[in-house]
Design a protein around this ligand. Structure first.
Ligand SMILES: Cc1cc2nc3c(=O)[nH]c(=O)nc-3n(C[C@H](O)[C@H](O)[C@H](O)COP(=O)(O)O)c2cc1C
Length: 319
């Protein structure tokens, strides 16, 4: 062996050049491996040792994009994310929705009473309105609830706050009637100029929800408006037609003896007939919706509905 060769062998014990001349190191001779952990970089040992949900999660994420497991995982993550966004939006928007629903109710009330001219401010028009809760059985006001927290239609499905109606009495087809209802007195309860009453009943396809307003004589109708129904547009849906709504203004709800007499006739009201003051034209091709409107008004204006309350008011007016 030459001197040059000897020198190389002595000073370079590990030959990784692939020359094949250097002997493989024995296990004892191997230098100790020192793991230096860097922040944010997991060592391969850590990754393999990672157990539980996080480890499985990472291993699935490391799979190719078209693997079934990764596809399912990403789908689940997207579903969770979307449901969180939808739930958050529902919670955050609830106060706005409640405020809008209250404003919409006010708009319907001032519209049926003819107080909202040219889409002016609803709140301004509503300033003149006092709302009270009435016990329909006694016909008296009650302070048991306030209008904000009391919902007549929710109460109608609560056995403690409503009564089941006999079939023969249920001419409006509503099944149950709440014991209390909110009424709206235009100009205040002491000196009202009009009174707005909530009414509802079955049409052909749906329950129609609306308001009827009466003049201070408690007999002359000043307006009728439905704000919720699912009758057929162009047929029963014509209850929303302003021309038909206008036909109610000035009609009489009760006869001279105090019985409910208002009705929607089939066809058109014959001018000059002796009952014309209590009759409104029927909706063309929508006899069943028309009959439903007659029946629901008869129900709510009579003793099953606001009859006792209206009688009390009339007596108070007379005295
Ligand atoms: C698709 C369709 C929708 C209808 N929608 C209503 C409706 O909303 N209200 C209604 O009273 N009649 C509606 N009708 C008509 C009634 O079925 C019924 O014929 C109509 O009330 C006239 O009744 P009459 O023949 O006793 O006058 C609808 C009919 C059809 C075919």
């Amino acid at each position: 062996m030459s001197d040059a060769t000897k020198k190389t062998t002595d000073t370079e014990p590990d030959d990784h050049t692939g020359s094949g001349n250097a002997p493989l190191p024995t296990p004892e001779a191997q230098p100790a491996v020192i793991h230096v952990s860097q922040p944010g970089v997991a060592s391969s040992n850590q990754a393999t040792n990672e157990s539980g949900l996080t480890g499985r999660f990472k291993s699935v994420l490391n799979q190719p994009n078209d693997s079934t497991q990764k596809t399912l995982l990403v789908t689940v993550i997207m579903c969770l994310l979307c449901s969180v966004i939808v739930s958050a939006a529902a919670v955050l928007l609830r106060p706005t929705q409640t405020a809008n629903a209250a404003l919409d109710r006010k708009r319907n009330i001032v519209q049926v009473a003819g107080l909202l001219k040219d889409e002016g401010s609803v709140e301004v028009a509503f300033k003149d309105v006092e709302s009270r809760i009435v016990n329909l059985d006694t016909g008296e006001y009650t302070d048991q609830f306030n209008g904000v927290e009391y919902d007549q239609y929710a109460a109608a499905s609560d056995p403690n706050l409503s009564i089941a109606l006999d079939k023969k009495d249920d001419i409006a087809g509503i099944g149950r009637r709440a014991q209390f209802a909110e009424v709206y007195l235009i100009g205040g309860s002491e000196n009202f100029k009009q009174i707005v009453l909530p009414v509802h009943g079955l049409g052909l396809w749906s329950t129609l929800y609306g308001f009827v307003s009466l003049d201070q004589d408690l007999t002359t109708i000043t307006g009728l408006k439905f704000y919720n129904h699912a009758e057929t547009p162009g047929l029963g849906g014509e209850v929303d037609n302003p021309i038909w709504q206008d036909k109610w203004k000035g009609k009489l709800a009760f006869d001279d003896t105090g019985n409910v007499k208002i009705e929607v006739v089939k066809g058109t009201v014959v001018p000059g007939n002796q009952n014309a003051a209590w009759q409104v034209d029927g909706l063309a091709g929508a006899t069943l919706t028309s009959r439903g409107v007659s029946q629901l008004l008869r129900f709510w204006l009579d003793e099953q509905g606001f009859g006792s309350f209206l009688k009390n008011l009339k007596q108070r007016e007379a005295s």
